[in-house]
Ligand binder design. Structure first.
Ligand code: ACO
Length: 347
């Protein structure tokens, strides 16, 4: 049975740090060229956090813009979920965001699902809003943020990873809508691929070997850096993103008297990992590139869990400042591997 309540996006926000790092800047840091980076990834430039900027600051800026856009006050937010991979400590980034916003009525938690964190967070927020409404007759408004500061996680001497990443944040407000909204979500994980894309472990805790029964903590490396087998990630990413787009459509069609097909999808927001991955996914799905978000990877690099919500406000996806209407799909893939897709109707 399909619930009558529709849940969708009420507002959007994004934040990109002003500092631009071009491929030519990177030529001075590692042994690379603008030509190599553009041919292999499509990236021209990315944004990076300045010394006085923080991951929390990016999340706050994107969240505030989304709240303003939705006309929602901090007190009205009942749930905060933050997709993030680069927040280095506890308590969670979401709780710190809650405090900064003064969202005193909200629950708050981080979602760790690689570059798919935003998709997982939207799915979780959507489901919570539904349950709170159907079971407890409570109207809930959620804030979902995707944010990452990958410039703090890459090894700036490793040319195979540092040229790919950028920093940024995107946010949405979710709540009841009269028309359109989220039609179906799908998430999946396959942890067998955990050693293809991961961060180092910086500390190890060991039992003492002298029989004293004491713990000792050893620092194994100076900093935990992002590591990746790019070639292997590439092929699984393309296959999985194609599968997830088709699967979320199948899920929506299950028992639906009004099924849809790929040809009905007006716009696709793939996670911005690499332009070649995006082009391969579009080609396999036979979706023309004009109907696919690509500007994020070119201008902002791979901003991980922030890349899809940043795209919602990008002029490429919002021609002349207005939103497109029709069916849209978000699809993401990242470390874990964790992947997923959201089918939405924009009215
Ligand atoms: N500049 C110049 N040369 C480089 C650079 C660089 N920045 N990086 C690597 N190379 C060299 C390598 O050393 C290698 O040299 P060799 O042949 O002498 O050994 C050569 O380029 C080829 O290296 P590959 O890693 O095989 O290059 P590939 O064509 O696979 O491209 C890339 C690398 C761009 C990372 C690609 O594998 C890829 O896009 N993978 C997808 C992974 C991805 O995008 N991950 C992002 C995070 S995960 C996510 O968001 C889903």
């Amino acid at each position: 049975m399909r619930p009558s309540l529709r849940i969708g996006y009420l507002g959007f926000g994004a934040y990109l740090p002003p500092t631009v790092l071009t491929n030519h800047d990177l030529e001075k840091i590692v042994d690379t060229t603008d030509d190599w980076i553009q041919r292999r990834t499509g990236i021209q430039e990315r944004r990076v956090l300045a010394k006085d900027e923080t991951i929390l600051g990016m999340a706050v800026a994107a969240a505030r813009q989304a709240m303003d856009d939705a006309g929602v006050s901090p007190e009205q937010i009942g749930d905060i979920r933050v997709g993030v991979n680069t927040w280095p400590r506890f308590p969670s980034l979401a709780t710190q965001l809650q405090a900064e916003l003064g969202a005193k009525n909200a629950s708050a938690s981080d979602v760790s699902a690689g570059c798919t964190g935003f998709v997982y967070a939207v799915e979780g927020a959507h489901n919570k809003i539904l349950v709170e409404n159907l079971c407890y007759d409570r109207d809930l408004v959620s804030l979902v943020v995707g944010v990452d500061g990958l410039s703090h996680a890459v090894d700036w001497q490793d040319r195979s990873t540092c040229v790919l990443m950028g920093d940024g944040a995107g946010a949405v407000i979710l709540g009841a809508v009269e028309r359109g909204g989220i039609l179906a979500t799908y998430t999946h994980a396959d942890g067998r691929y955990g050693d293809l894309l991961y961060s180092d472990t910086a500390f190890e805790t060991q039992w003492s070997t002298n029989g004293s029964g004491r713990f000792s903590t050893k620092q194994t490396i100076a900093r935990p850096y992002l590591r990746m087998d790019g070639r292997k990630v590439y092929s699984v990413a393309v296959r999985t993103m194609v599968h997830d787009v088709l699967h979320v459509i199948d899920k929506y069609n299950h028992g639906n008297p009004d099924p849809i097909g790929l040809e009905d999808i007006n716009f696709l927001y793939p996670h911005q990992a690499n332009l070649r991955i995006i082009e391969s996914v579009a080609k396999k799905l036979d979706v023309p590139l004009e109907r696919v978000y690509t500007n994020g990877i070119v201008k902002f690099g791979n901003t991980s869990t922030a890349s899809i919500p940043i795209g919602y406000l990008d002029p490429q996806a919002r021609p002349e400042g207005s939103r497109r209407t029709g069916l849209e799909i978000d699809v993401a893939f990242g470390a874990g591997f964790a992947s997923g897709a959201i089918l939405r109707k924009v009215v």
